[in-house]
Design a protein around this ligand. Sequence first.
Ligand code: ZN
Length: 147
Amino acid sequence: MKLTEHFNLDEFTRSTTAERLNIDNTIPEELMNNIQLTARKLEEVRTALLGRSVIITSGYRCPKLNACVGGVSTSAHTQGLAVDFRSPFGTPKQICQRLIDADIQFDKLIQEHNQWVHIGFSPTNNRQIVLTAIKNDGKTIYKNGLV
Ligand SMILES: [Zn+2]
C-alpha cells in the first residue's frame, strides 16, 4: 500500500527480527494516522536530502517486537511516529546536520552510533531535540547535540 510518493506501508512494518521470531508486526488501524504523518514528514526529509533515498531500517514496532529489540517501552516506534534510517546522502552525522539546517520540524533526532539516524515526530508538539547515541562501557548513553 502506497502512503506517499516515495513510501509504502511495508517499509514501516518489515522487520527481520519480527520474521525470525514470528511476531505479527501489523499496524493497528488506530495508528494509521500516525504512520501517514510520519510518511509525509519523511517526504520532507527526503527532499532535504536532495532526493536521495531514505532507507528505513526500523519503522513501526509492535510492543512485543519493541521489547525484543531492546527499545524503551515509551518508544515513538510503538506509536508509528519514529523511524530509524540510512541514506546514501551521507553519514548519519551529515544527515542530521542537513535536517537541522533545512529546518525540518521533528520531535527527536538522534545520531545513533555513526550507523543510523532515528527521527521521531509529534502530531502536536515537535520539540526539536537533538542527541547523539554512543557506547560507553557497552552501555548506550545519549549526549546533547551532534558530537
Ligand atoms: Zn529509533
